[in-house]
Each structure stands twice: as C-alpha cells, then as structure tokens.
Design a protein around this ligand. Structure first.
Ligand code: DLL
Length: 433
C-alpha cells in the first residue's frame, strides 16, 4: 500500500538491522551461487557467504569496482538468466564502453518504491503534477523519476531534458507543481524564464528534486530564492539502481539512505578500511534486495559521511552528507588539490555572479594554469570597468585565501558558458596526460 510505504523510513533500527542482515545473507548466497565473478572473488579473499554472522562482517568481503563491470561487459555479472531481465540501462563513461546495468521485474518494483519514497519525503502526493526533465533513455534519471512518481499516483509528464522553451510552456500551462532535473539544467530554465519575463515564483511549481551531479548549498540557496521553490537533493547511481538511493527530507540535513535496500559503508579510499560513523571517506554500497545484478561493496568514488543520529524529521534511516565531490574529480594544480565544488562555493558566495562557470586547466612549460571563467549578471557586466575589476579581484583573492591557489579569473557576459541539459561539464582539462 502506498499510504504505508513511508512507514519504512521510520522503522525501529533493531528491526531494520535484522532485515538488513537477512537480506544481506540471501544476497551473498545468491551471487556466490550464480555469478562466477563473485564466487572467484570470494574464494580469492578466503570468504564464504556463511562467514557473514553480523552486518559488520561485510567488511571481510571484497569490493566491486567500476572496472569489474567493464571487464564483464555487458552481461557477465547477471545473477539470473537473461529471460528474467526486463530492462537494461547504461551509463556512459568518459572513455570506452558504457557501464551496463540490468533489472528484473522485482528490481524495477523496488526502484519505483524507493523513488516513490523520495517524493513522499519531499511532501509530494497524488495531487501533484510532476515534470520529469531528466533525460529518458539509457540514462536512469528519466525513467527512474517517472516510475517513482507514477507509483505514487502523481500526474507525470515525461518531458526529458532540453527544449527549455517547451519546459517553460509546460510549467506554465500544465500547472506543474514538481520538477525533476539536474540542478545545472534548472538554473538554465530559471534563466530562460527570466529572459522571457516569466516569474517562476508566480507558477505553481513548489519543489524540485535535483541530482545526478554535485551541487553546493550555495546553489541550493540560489535556486530556492530565485524560483521560490524547495530544492531537494536526490542521489543515486546506475550501478546501484539509479536515482533514489538517498534523498533529503524536510530538514535538508543529510540525505536519508534507503538502507533497507541499499546498505552503505564509508571506507578509506586508500586502505579500504571501514571508517567510523561521522568520518569522511568513500561511499560503498551493497544492494541487498536486487535480484538481476546485485552488487557487493560497490565503490562509488563519491566522498561523504554517514550520520546515525536521529533526524529531527523522526526518520530512523541513516543520513549521508551531500556529495560534493568524487575522489576522481580532484584536480591537482601546481601541487594544490582542488575540487570543482570548492570553486562553485566561492563563486556563488560573491554577489553579481551567475551560477554558470567553467574551470579551464592548461599546462605551459610544465607549469599548470587554472582559469576560472564565470558569468556575471547583465547589470554587473554593463557596469563601468572598475566594478568588474573589483569583482574579479574579490573572486581571485577568495580563491587564493580559501584554496591556496592563484587562478586567473575571467568574467564573461551572460550566456557565454555552454548550458547543459543534463550533467554539467565544469572542467576543461587541456593538459596533455
Ligand atoms: O546520475 C542517477 C541519478 C539520476 C541520480 C537522477 C539522481 C538523479 P549515474 O549517471 O550512474 O547515475 O551517475 C552517478 O553521479 O556516483 C555521483 O558521482 C553523481 N551523483 C548522482 N546524484 C548526485 C547528487 C545518476 N545528488 C554519479 N549529488 C554518482 C552529487 C551525484 N552527485
């Protein structure tokens, strides 16, 4: 029953842990019996499914890496015969072949259930009109949000990404109350709305579920103030299921993980050791209910923390920190470690900037250079040169002060930085590898 679904978010932790243990045992057994890759990996690590007596015993089991999915491309990690697979998605990597993920009918049901819980957490009901502006297709965003909203009984508009004018028309004419898209695309929608003289604050839009890419608290503030809506974070990855592994509740104090299906751990990315609650490290997930392609201890590369304290909303589900960075999106520039989200925080903390920026990294004679290109508001841009110059040096000195890096800052006119309709590309690394 949909009306009871959200009760799962408030379940007593003892009961939850008992359920997790039972599901984890079943999953380990299933992959050991049915997936040669796991049987071999467990044997190499000297473990058998029976060695799991308590949840923390999971640490004895080996990790699964993205490269393992690539090495067993496309169907090598299936735990069921192909006839039981009813859906295939894939995420495109930066290089080479896509990462393939396969779902049984029951996997699709549990996916719809968890995304439905995301919407419930965000106060969405069957009265809502939901615009799905994540891409449909191999990417999991569109169909993931779609089935979750449909499961809840909302009126779902399967728009997909792009065609910003059409998005605005739908928001206006169809009385859209909920939108789902990447935060960078929503910023673009906001901008186009403004250009066309349409004040989103006058629309029925109430809440947005933004994810698929990192976005900072400063970005949340810009969205909430600019569009007059609540901006909720939705996290997920295709290997685990797609969107809906975790999401914000009304407190926006960390994302509740649907840990009755996706069991999280935080590890030290260098040693693989499990870290204590509250410590930062790499997120690792084990799917404990999936049947098609269950993954054991999948290393996400996303950096976060887990907090088991009870949330003010009353939900008992563990919370993970908003993912601001991945261990593999770190840039090293003249020996300084830098994550794009750090630059985003600086840029958006300064008045007069727009949330459109790009980092361009070049190398000349073994010297790395970072150029931060950021758009400024039309008003600032039309200002006399002195205003622009002081904004430029303010940004430059904040970057130097907070990150310790001298960067060249270029202020550009509104509309100069390429807009994304899906995941934004923030970094242009032109250094020869
Ligand atoms: O991006 C699934 C998704 C779709 C999530 C729509 C949320 C909304 P992938 O294409 O496999 O799947 O990319 C997964 O994107 O490991 C993170 O690095 C990043 N990511 C996803 N959601 C968030 C978020 C989808 N809310 C990868 N905040 C993940 C920060 C996110 N990063």
């Amino acid at each position: 029953m949909i009306s009871d679904l959200h009760l799962k978010d408030f379940v007593d932790r003892k009961a939850l842990e008992a359920l997790q243990l039972q599901r984890m045992k079943e999953t380990l057994e299933r992959v050991y019996q049915n997936v040669p890759f796991y049987r071999q990996a467990f044997t190499r690590a000297g473990v058998k499914p029976d060695d799991l007596k308590k949840l923390s015993d999971l640490a004895k089991f080996p990790f699964t890496l993205k490269s393992d999915l690539r090495d067993h491309y496309p169907y090598g990690l299936l735990a069921v015969p192909m006839k039981d697979i009813v859906r295939i998605h894939a995420s495109s990597g930066t290089t080479g072949k896509p990462t393939v993920v396969c779902y049984t009918r029951s996997d699709l049901e549990l996916w719809a259930e968890t995304v439905c819980r995301v919407f419930r957490m965000g106060g969405v009901t069957e009265q809502d009109i939901v615009l799905v502006s994540y891409g449909y297709g191999l990417f999991t965003g569109g169909l993931g949000a779609h089935y979750g909203a449909e499961h809840l009984g909302c009126s779902v508009i399967p728009m997909g990404g792009g065609a910003t004018e059409k998005q605005l028309l739908l928001i206006k004419d169809f009385g859209v109350t909920v939108i789902c898209c990447t935060p960078s695309f929503f910023i673009h929608i906001m901008e186009e709305a403004e250009k066309s003289g349409f004040d989103l604050k006058n629309a029925n839009l109430r809440v947005g579920f933004f994810g698929a890419e990192p976005w900072t608290p400063e970005m949340r503030q810009r969205i909430e103030q600019g569009a007059g809506i609540a901006a909720r974070d939705i996290f997920g990855l295709s290997e685990i299921i797609g969107p809906g592994v975790s999401s914000d509740c009304e407190c926006c104090a960390g994302l509740h993980v649907f840990e009755d299906h996706y069991y999280p751990e935080i590890i030290d990315p260098d040693t693989g050791e499990v870290k204590n609650p509250g410590e930062e490290g790499e997120l690792v997930f084990t799917t404990i209910s999936k049947t098609g392609m269950p993954l054991i201890r999948y290393r996400t590369r996303d950096i976060s923390r887990l907090c088991y304290d009870k949330c003010d909303c009353g939900r008992t589900l563990v919370r993970m920190d908003k993912v601001k960075r991945r261990s593999d999106d770190m840039l090293i520039i003249r020996g300084v470690n830098l994550f794009p989200s750090q630059i985003e925080s600086v840029l958006l903390s300064v008045k007069g900037t727009e949330p459109h920026y790009q980092l361009v990294v070049t190398r000349e004679k073994a010297m790395d250079d970072l150029e931060v290109r950021v758009e400024v508001t039309a008003l600032v841009f039309s200002d006399e040169v002195r205003g622009l110059e002081s904004l430029r040096s303010e940004i430059q000195s904040k970057i130097k002060q907070l990150i310790g890096l001298s960067a060249k800052v270029t202020l550009v006119e509104p509309g100069q930085i390429e807009r994304s309709t899906g995941k934004a590309k923030r970094v242009l690394d032109l250094r020869k590898k």
